[in-house]
Ligand binder design. Structure first.
Ligand code: NIG
Ligand code: FE
Length: 420
């Protein structure tokens, strides 16, 4: 099957290659005005200006689905490089507790938070967990996401961590999104090990990591390296154990305190360090000497009322900032990447061009899918967003509550059409 999108008002994200955009490069979005795009099977075969549309395509009538995108912009679909979207149930009672004044750490200390989700996940059968999670996948696909990283971390024992990772594998086999999987056994210390943390950490190192690797269930390994969760030394040990099995770090760092998480992540060549609400000059300077991608999660900073990470300082220091949703039941119950773009503008003072690069090419790099996703390039997967008629590129993140997506194309096929 082939797809021809013609009369595109402007086709954005046509940057060549797979390279992450650093610092000032983030202000540039390549585009073609008055464009066509042609995809065969699930891959972009060609694109360019309408006047260069090959005659045989212009006159083709059979075997090609034709979309007339007059008045619309076309973007590469989003890459969401940090989520926890496999979970059971929801936590709106804690939402109310937070409204009444409790902090995330206080809720966690009472056995709420991650441990609350772990209890629910334990009760859920694998099939139920799959159905709940694939519903979320369908939801984010409709909002324009074509690639998503998903973490374990609500199992917190060998059996339940493997259950989560197998659900992620099943999602991967049954949906058109590109999926990457991260083992996050070190998300929280279960209550029974509170006074004997090393027992749990040794279980992660000696039992979980070898099994995750032997079943090929994850590409990445994550640790919640933060005050009240895992220390720098513990993170160090866990990442070192993961690296023996080829698991690349992508870690939670500096959400609650200046935890040293950025430094330990960089020391272990992490692909990304994520959150970073508590970051200063030292963290920025350590990141500048590395290839680690700082990934900011403005949905959870908004939901928890955290300070904003210094996105501008990072961009001015030449770093390649990525943005992701952190879709999870406790700190960011939304996988809406268009909203994440708006929060990047409103709260992090990034421009529309910068947030666009942060949710496409840079987030593709932050989850290792830049060879197939994150830009409009020949040979990449045809994952695209066709906007409704909007006045300008900047209107997309500006109108933060409006659904401005007319169609989502995943692997060359229409996934969502407005009103459908
Ligand atoms: O990224 N910070 C740690 N983990 C998640 C929250 C998980 C939860 O509260 O369920 C996060 O915010
Ligand atoms: Fe997270």
């Amino acid at each position: 099957m082939a797809l021809l999108i013609k009369n595109i008002r402007e086709l954005f994200g046509t940057c060549k290659g797979q390279a992450v955009k650093r610092g000032r490069e983030m202000a540039v979005v390549d585009s073609v005005k008055g464009a066509f795009l042609f995809a065969e099977n699930d891959t972009i075969s060609s694109f360019g200006r309408m006047e260069d549309l090959p005659a045989e395509l212009a006159s083709a009538r059979t075997g090609i689905e034709i979309i007339d995108a007059s008045g619309s912009f076309v973007f590469p679909a989003f890459c969401d490089s940090h989520t926890h979207l496999v979970y059971s149930g929801s936590r709106e009672q804690e939402f109310v507790d937070k409204i009444r004044g409790l902090t995330y750490e206080e809720i966690a200390r009472r056995g709420g938070g991650i441990l609350n989700s772990a209890r629910r996940l334990h009760e859920a059968k694998e099939d139920e967990l799959y159905l709940e999670s694939i519903t979320r996948i369908h939801e984010i696909a409709g909002m324009g996401t074509a690639a998503v990283e998903i973490k374990s971390g609500y199992g917190l024992n060998t059996e339940d961590e493997l259950k989560m990772l197998r659900v992620i594998r099943r999602i991967r086999e049954n949906c058109p999104l590109e999926i990457r999987s991260t083992f996050l056994g070190a998300h929280a210390v279960p209550a029974e090990y509170r006074n004997d943390r090393d027992v749990y950490i040794n279980q992660i190192i000696n039992e979980m990591i070898p099994l995750v690797a032997s079943e090929g269930l994850a590409e990445y390994i994550d640790v919640f390296c933060d005050d009240g969760f895992f220390t720098v030394d513990e993170t160090d040990r866990i990442l070192a154990a993961g690296s023996k099995y080829g698991l690349i770090p992508k870690i939670h760092a500096n959400e609650i305190g200046f935890s040293g998480g950025v430094q330990v992540g960089v020391r272990h060549n992490a692909l990304s360090v994520d959150h970073l609400e508590r970051s200063g000059e030292e963290e920025i300077s350590v990141l500048s000497e590395s290839d680690t991608i700082p990934t900011l999660l403005p949905g959870s900073a908004l939901f928890l009322g955290l300070p904003n990470p210094p996105a501008r300082g990072m961009i001015e220091a030449g770093l390649p900032v990525a943005l992701a949703s952190d879709y999870n039941p406790g700190s960011s119950p939304s996988g809406n990447m268009k909203l994440i773009m708006s929060l990047g503008c409103i709260r992090l003072k990034m421009t529309p061009e910068e947030v666009f690069n942060a949710v496409t090419v840079n987030s593709a790099c932050a989850m290792g899918v830049q060879d197939s996703h994150g830009s409009v390039s020949e040979g990449k997967s045809a994952g695209l967003i066709i906007t409704k008629e909007i006045p300008s590129f900047g209107f997309f993140p500006y109108a933060f509550g409006s659904d401005l997506i007319d169609k989502v194309i995943l692997r060359g096929k229409v996934w969502k059409a407005a009103g459908a």
